[in-house]
Design a protein. Sequence first.
Length: 484
Amino acid sequence: MMVSAKKQLQTIFLASTNCSNETSVEENVVKPLLKILGYVPQDWDAQARSGYGRVDFLVKARRQRSPTRHFLVIEVKRPGHHLSKSQWQLNRYLRDSGSLFGLLTNGFQFHIFYNFFGKVELVHGFDQPQIIEDHTRFTQLLCQKTCIRVMGLFNEQQYKVHQVILGAIAQKLDKPEIRKIPYRNKPEEISKLEQSQKSMIITVFNNKGGVGKTTLTINLASALAKMGKKILLIDIDSQANLTTGLGTDPLFDIERQGKKDITHLLTEAKTSIDDVKIRKSWGDITLDFVPSHIRLSDMEAQLIQTVDVDRVLVKKLRKYKEVYDFIFIDPPPSFGKVNTISLMASAGILVPLQLSPYPIRALEYVMNRAFAIDDIREDPLHILGIAVSMYDRASKKLLVEMKEEINSVLGEDKRRQNVPLFPENTWIPRRNIVSTSPNKGYPLPAAEFDDELSTQEREAALDAFTCYQALAEHLVQAAEKVKG
Ligand SMILES: Nc1ncnc2c1ncn2[C@@H]1O[C@H](COP(=O)(O)OP(=O)(O)OP(=O)(O)O)[C@@H](O)[C@H]1O
Ligand SMILES: [Mg+2]
């Protein structure tokens, strides 16, 4: 391969010894060189307009999705021409066209320039023998691959700047929808990175109190952990039911030990998830969680004053997307600030639903809230599905009626029609053991090891847990679907 590149170059330059004018340098040297550099004729324009003049070759980023700048301008002179005399001309073409690199050549000498937003530098000068000897270096400087990579870097930076600017404007004008203004050329590198982020952040959301959000969160997360998924739970409810349900007392185990909780995470810029998280294990189930504290209930005013508070959790979770498979947020039963913070940080919503008339009617409000948040976000917020959280297995008649009621609520609106109700084998039965295990500070499967329980209670615990396991499988599928 190396020998053939060398041979190709020797052949090209042999032809150039007979060059008598600029045109033959273009045909016999520059065009063959461009091919060696990885470009095809569709990549360049000959005699392209640039400012007030015409540049001999303008190599464009045609095959890229992000053509923010051209790759290369080439100015060709006749053999014997002193390149230094024409440097000004190349500088002008580079500035006018905004291209990254420039090549000035008379067929014998080759001067390479780099244009950093109008500041043009001569990077290196090659002559024919040097290019033949050092063809790898010459090629790597100007080849298409290099240009694409450099352009990708610029584009990535521009995308970040774009996001910061929109964020600042949105905040100043108090118009969150401004953040949604799309970036014309979202960098492919960034899109790929986003796809590789494996975590799914889900808010278990229903503004109605006592529908089983927290119980569902703990046991569903345990089912996923049993499947081998890495889980983080975030208790963002001042009632701290998730925290106590996992056997941690916010007063004794956190405050009195001088440890931090969700309130520190939300209000202290430097406090990270690692500073607050607690890890608990029960057999093969391991859960990390951010504990809550009752003082969160007095913090609404402080939260509103915190800079960019709606995105505080988004930012803090960013680096954990590679660490966890699922991050669940357990919010309070309200439409307050912490709910917005939770929904802004999430990619999906899971709606727990009790099978009785009022909660079903309230579904409409839950979904409208989710759609309202979706409208102001840059990335979509998916309603992954509705999970029945307390189901009375005895009443078949009620079941038919409730299903009809749910379907009628979902059918009322086009957007709602896409929201799935998870199937019956995922419906969590109403059982005493489901209700008592959080009081004991463990998830359902740990009931197996509780000597205070009867055999029947343990069986009931395992039976109920199989529904959470079925739900976990459906949730994994729903998450995969929206991740694409
Ligand atoms: N499947 C179930 N069977 C029996 N009781 C249940 C079941 N699921 C939840 N509960 C009980 O219902 C009550 C409310 O549940 P939970 O605290 O999970 O709801 P929540 O929606 O998180 O409430 P809040 O809105 O106050 O945060 C609790 O006493 C809980 O133990
Ligand atoms: Mg709760």
